[in-house]
Ligand binder design. Structure first.
Ligand code: OTD
Ligand code: ZN
Ligand code: ZN
Length: 362
């Protein structure tokens, strides 16, 4: 990473990074896909695209068709590559997964415990049911991406990630020591510690929002549905542990935004949807954290190097530049939803000033 200081003691004014990837994003479908895909493609060379559509992506054919819809939603000349994932269900066949991987359609499989989050109703009810799939994935070196929360109603929502690790993840890693696993969007100090002590086959993604907010953000002066996501933000001590992990330079932690747009009407409602839409300023948001932690020189590892190394994919060619140029994030983004109806999205950092801006490509 090249940092060019303006003066001897000044902080850098420009940051040049190898082009980054987003290892966890929701691009949606239809009108919403068209609205949000350009924001991800503008910053990232590749992204692991979540399969929790309605219906979910469970076949090679569905993934091929979804990939084509994503490409069609990109601005002309975009070089963005979507990396597609298979949505694991109790009944999905190992042969379908293997074929998708062999044909270069499925980069990874996503495990949602049934009912854990948006469109997770068809998820896995018991890991024992996908044992054959996991064995095949371990054999062919295909990563398993996990939404790591138990879904039992009697477990407190703030404890569901820690309990998942204890009850399900730790035993899974013992049963499948050769399986590559990404624990997605970690939110707790316990997850940080667990990932650190596990072997090289376990990694974790960290979102920008879990680095910026703790659970108080949802209740600041009233109920703030735009800060509600799953896994839900935790106490301050967890946020601090996540910031330390992300900026540590350790290769087991890398960038995954979990950008999850929902129309404003679905967020700001009596039963608001979970998800934070951070794609428009995701890299700027991370840069802010790395600067506050005095670790700007480690941003490139987190954003552009550790992910490809874990997935066994080549590094991206080319660079992007962040410029120190404070700017205010718009309070709303206006677009068209289904049937051409007006749809607003509220971006993460709405109305706030961010210090870094992604320079347009020359
Ligand atoms: N929202 N979290 C997740 C998905 C969504 O809207 C979504 O798709 C997730 O954990 O993957 C969330 O808050
Ligand atoms: Zn998830
Ligand atoms: Zn997600």
């Amino acid at each position: 990473m090249a940092a060019s200081p303006a003066g001897s003691n000044a902080s850098p004014q420009n940051l040049r990074l190898r082009r980054p990837d987003d290892w966890h994003v929701h691009l949606r479908d239809g009108a919403l896909l068209e609205l949000v895909a350009p924001a991800t493609a503008r910053t990232f060379a590749r992204a692991i695209v979540m399969p929790n559509l309605s219906p979910p992506i469970t076949t090679v054919a569905a993934a091929v068709a979804y990939g084509a819809r994503i490409r069609a939603a990109l601005p002309e000349g975009s070089r963005f590559t979507p990396l597609l994932t298979a949505y694991l269900t109790d009944t999905i066949a190992a042969e379908e997964i293997e074929r998708g991987h062999r044909e270069g359609v499925f980069t990874a499989c996503k495990l949602y415990p049934a009912h854990a989050t948006t469109n997770a109703a068809a998820g896995v009810t018991d890991l024992a049911r996908i044992e054959a799939v996991l064995t095949a994935m371990e054999r062919i070196g295909m990563p398993l991406l996990i939404h790591g929360e138990v879904t039992d109603a009697e477990i407190d929502i703030f404890d569901r990630e820690a309990v998942f690790i204890e009850r399900h993840l730790a035993p899974l890693l013992v049963r499948h020591p050769g399986l590559k696993v990404v624990l997605e969007h970690i939110t707790t100090a316990e997850s940080v510690a667990f990932v650190r002590q596990a072997g090289p086959n376990l990694a974790a993604t960290i979102t920008p929002h879990h680095l910026h907010i703790n659970r108080n953000a949802m209740f600041q002066g009233g109920l703030r549905p735009n800060f509600y996501c799953l896994p839900v933000a935790k106490r301050e001590r967890h946020r601090l542990a996540l910031r330390q992990a992300a900026t540590s330079g350790e290769p087991c932690f890398f960038l995954g935004t979990d950008s999850a747009p929902h129309p404003r009407s679905a967020k700001e409602s009596a039963c608001g949807c979970a998800g934070i839409y951070n794609a428009p300023h995701a890299l700027e948001s991370y840069a802010e954290v790395f600067e506050q932690e005095g670790a700007l020189e480690r941003l490139e590892g987190f954003a552009s190097l550790h992910g490809p190394a874990f997935y066994g994919l080549p590094l991206n060619e080319g660079t992007i530049t962040l410029v120190r140029e404070p700017h205010t994030v718009p309070p709303r983004l206006h677009g068209q939803g289904e049937g051409g109806a007006a749809t607003d999205l509220v971006p993460f950092h709405a109305g706030q000033v961010l210090q870094w801006r992604l320079a347009e490509e020359g």
